[in-house]
Design a protein around this ligand. Structure first.
Ligand SMILES: [Zn+2]
Length: 222
């Protein structure tokens, strides 16, 4: 077996540290949720039936470029969600998937636009998440969910799986975690304000953010 680089050692520790932080704040219960990080020759992924709160750096699943297990415990059954997003977003280095309550609640509302699951509520939501796509409900393990993510053609770094939870990609693990948190908090704001006719950001304010911070929004986004 290849010896582990110091980069990989650090990434293993980071996955466990961020996982514990997400779990301890109630952002994904029980053994739900999973995290992956891209390496130069494969991926590190959290194992199947593992709670994000109690991960062991030495037991993380290490996969090769073809997704075969090289070392560690068996990977999460939700690996296809991750590979579908990596395959379509070349720059993605890390992916976080949670069963976070407010995002799951949002995914069940009848008015949700599948190409913009949230309105432009705050500057940070736009800066960290851009727009969020909603894909329909699929039974866990159904390969069609990966096809649905591929169908978005990499235009979205944040995707909400209906009646299930968010899948968010980032340039770094920290960026993916922070974007997932931003999505969850924005979903919470949306639910708090639903039916109260809140003022969202105007098209001019969105345009200004796009210009000032280089925010990329898919064509059907805001
Ligand atoms: Zn899940």
């Amino acid at each position: 077996m290849k010896t582990e680089t110091s980069d990989e050692t650090r990434l293993r520790e980071d996955i466990c540290r961020f996982g514990r932080s997400l779990f301890e704040r109630g952002l994904t219960p029980g053994s739900s949720g999973n995290i992956s990080v891209r390496l130069d020759d494969g991926w590190l992924v959290t194992p199947t039936n593992a709670s994000l709160g109690f991960l062991d750096p030495a037991k993380l699943s290490r996969l090769d470029q073809q997704g075969r297990l090289v070392s560690g415990d068996a990977p999460t059954k939700e690996v296809p969600l991750h590979t579908a997003l990596y395959d379509t977003r070349g720059g993605a280095r890390a992916i976080v998937h949670l069963h976070s309550t407010h995002s799951v609640a949002l995914s069940m509302l009848p008015e949700i636009d599948p190409r913009a699951a949230l309105p432009p509520m705050t500057a940070y939501y736009l800066m960290k998440c851009g727009a969020t796509a909603l894909v329909p409900y699929y039974r866990p393990g159904d390969p069609a969910v990966a096809d649905a993510i591929r169908g978005l053609a990499g235009k979205y770094s944040s995707v909400l799986l209906a009646n299930h939870g968010p899948v968010v990609a980032g340039d770094t693990l920290e960026a993916a975690v922070f974007a997932t948190e931003e999505l969850e908090e924005t979903a919470k704001l949306y639910l708090l304000l639903r039916g109260m006719n809140p003022r969202y950001l105007t098209p001019e304010q969105v345009k200004d953010l796009v210009k000032a911070f280089g925010v990329t929004l898919p064509e059907h986004g805001h």
